[in-house]
Design a protein around this ligand. Sequence first.
Ligand code: ADP
Ligand code: MG
Length: 351
Amino acid sequence: MRSIRLFPAFLATLALTACAPSTPSASSAAPETEPVRSELFAMDTVMDLTVYGTDPAEGEALLADAEAEIRHLEGLLSVTDPDSEIYAADHSGGVPVPLSEDTADLVAQALTLCERTGGALDISIYPVVRAWGFTTVDYRVPGEEELQSLLRAVDWTRIRLDGDRLTVPDGMEIDLGAVAKGYTGDRLMDLFRDRGVTSALVSLGGNIQALGSKPDGSAWRVALQDPDGDGYAGVVELRDEAAITSGGYERYFEENGVRYWHIIDPADGHPARSGVASATIVGPSGIEGDALSTALFLLGPERAADCWRANDGFDYVLLLEDGTVQISEGLEDRFSLYGDWEGRDLTVIRR
Ligand code: ADP
Ligand code: MG
């Protein structure tokens, strides 16, 4: 399920550093510390957190707080937990529901991103996603009439957020699944930074987000999954940024030889078929990266380039179904193809 991994070469480097003999003589330099790491299952995915340069007890305490933050956000955002704020809004019958500061902040950012993507991202698509069985793993292909009827209740512009009061019109439901992990990554970076950490890396179900650079000052090297296989298709270098991928290979089912995946085009209620096999966003904001990776996957190469030209603050990689690659110009010097994808046709998109 994880779409981006740490490049293996980086892990090898880490292992070497960790195995280096400690200096026997007394030294005034700060002692080398081991990274502190934890793995957990949350938001329906495996999460991996690593902080560098802390003393072990401090690192463990920090990661316990990070896990508590993740559980807290998960509790607010779940669409299935009757105690969650989103559940309350979805089952309010159109009455305004008060939100905590965190949920209000996330919903406000999500609505802005629905607008910025021209509605490609639509947080009210949930009933359609459910109709395809992606919420229960009880997959099915809905009929056209059913889809058209569900689409009548899909329109993010009808959702109202007034301060901390959220109104989801009767008959509509929202789900923040397309942006929740990205938002969580941003919150973890804030937490680590507040506690004085300068180097950390998290993988939230394939969303990679880095604080600072590697402890030796060099860039993190993050591998993009090959959408056609188990290996890697490319490597991107980043510092203080997230690398977030959406791909049709992440969650899908097949029926009568046709593959149906979990990113749905709000225009017609069907899995988005735009010629994109995977879309990766590289940029400083996790929530933006998450929203835009979903949106660019859906928009396809031409409209993805338009969206990038209209919006500052991120770069992208599209691995296309025809085997070619497009990257935006900010990645020109820090992205390279890898493995089976080496030597493929690569176009640099410019402003
Ligand atoms: P993942 O959850 O695999 O990381 P994404 O971040 O791309 O993938 O989010 C996809 C999820 O968002 C889907 O599982 C679905 O719940 C929801 N979704 C699907 N299509 C859209 C869309 N057009 N707008 C908003 N959310 C969507
Ligand atoms: Mg997303």
